[in-house]
Design a protein around this ligand. Sequence first.
Ligand code: ATP
Ligand code: MG
Ligand code: FE
Length: 334
Amino acid sequence: VIILGIETSCDETAAAVVKNGRELLANEVASQMDIHKRFGGVVPEVASRRHVEHITLVIEEALKKANVSAAQLSAIAVTKGPGLVGALLVGVSAAKAMAFAHQLPLVGVHHIAGHIYANRLVTEFQFPNVTLVVSGGHTELILMEKHGEYQILGETRDDAAGEAYDKVARALDLPYPGGPHIDRMSKKGKDTINFPRAWLEAGSYDFSFSGLKSAVLNYLNQASQKGEAIQKPDVAASFQESVVDVLVTKTMKAAQAYGAKQVLLAGGVACNSRLRERMTAACAQEGFPLVIPPAYLCTDNAAMIAAAGYIEFLKGNREYMDLNASPGLMLGST
Ligand code: ATP
Ligand code: MG
Ligand code: FE
């Protein structure tokens, strides 16, 4: 089974070819990071236009690198949501056009299911497993007992982890997206400032990062009012330690409570070196096998969409020419 994946939910135009849900034949990503950088965030209209300009080329390039013709494909899998509606529509329209032209089955994929299935391009799943999803728009702990079925154990009540990284980075005058910059800067600093950790009610797997973000902003304001020198690397390191502390602790609690056979990391923030370090140590100590996709499979890509689409394809789930973008799509709904 050879599936072409298409992903345009945010600011990467991506196409990939994956064999049997696990074997990566091609993975093309055209990032728009440089255009959005000067605005300090993703501008939806600009993103849609760029997707339109790049989508055909990116798909052609993926097929060419995989050495696969459209006629050899088993299906097309596309991100149908969540994301920016105008951005999603470009991928959905391209997928529908190709499916119609080549008479191929069409499969719709939830973007976060894609992030989770990036792990299956690395290692076969063992069930039950617990995934920590940490991305630009999501922070969730997800339990999977079988392929394609997701139970949300907890989620953020306010900002996503990536969003918190990006907002704090902005306050530290770092470029967008700020996550990688905070990661790098933290290595030059120390965890000297005791920022809060939002544990929430006992037993809750939910997250909250807005209090931490405010604490960092207050710290910076007060220091500048008092005319004190700000050690930015220490602020970055202390903020990061607070985020990672909560993420790792709650993931370990969930893994224990549900007898996880595997712990998976997913989403752009899974690139974070401190999160990888501490999750690796915690899983080794508690005896949970840990899977972390390489960085290029953690940030947005279409290989993960093809990998998740493969499961939907096997289940017989199909979309037709009335498929629309679903900007607010919930995980587990169709
Ligand atoms: P979603 O998947 O929720 O729709 P998204 O697709 O925009 O959102 P991703 O592409 O998965 O999000 O991840 C982007 C986020 O990852 C950004 O917030 C970015 O700052 C963050 N990020 C990337 N690398 C790192 C890193 N090394 N440390 C911390 N955060 C990082
Ligand atoms: Mg992105
Ligand atoms: Fe994403």
